[in-house]
Design a protein around this ligand. Sequence first.
Ligand code: ZN
Length: 86
Amino acid sequence: MEERCTICNCLLHRTAGKYARPTPEGSSHATKHHYVAERFFGRSSNRKSTKHSGISEICPWGHERETAVFCYECHEKLLHNPGNYA
Ligand SMILES: [Zn+2]
């Protein structure tokens, strides 16, 4: 099955041990991510029992808890540091 990045449409792969390597393969490794980070809703994947006040109770984009696959580059740069590209 062919998988493509939701943002840049590059062809993804899941070759073991290549994730996040400074190579074209590392950059195009598939990674699944929430559209909107769980922490924005006060949830944390590593502290499931904790519920602290998030920024928002309702997702303003209507994508709460939805996930998509992205390449490593888009995942790291656009989803984690969107301010760098504003
Ligand atoms: Zn991408």
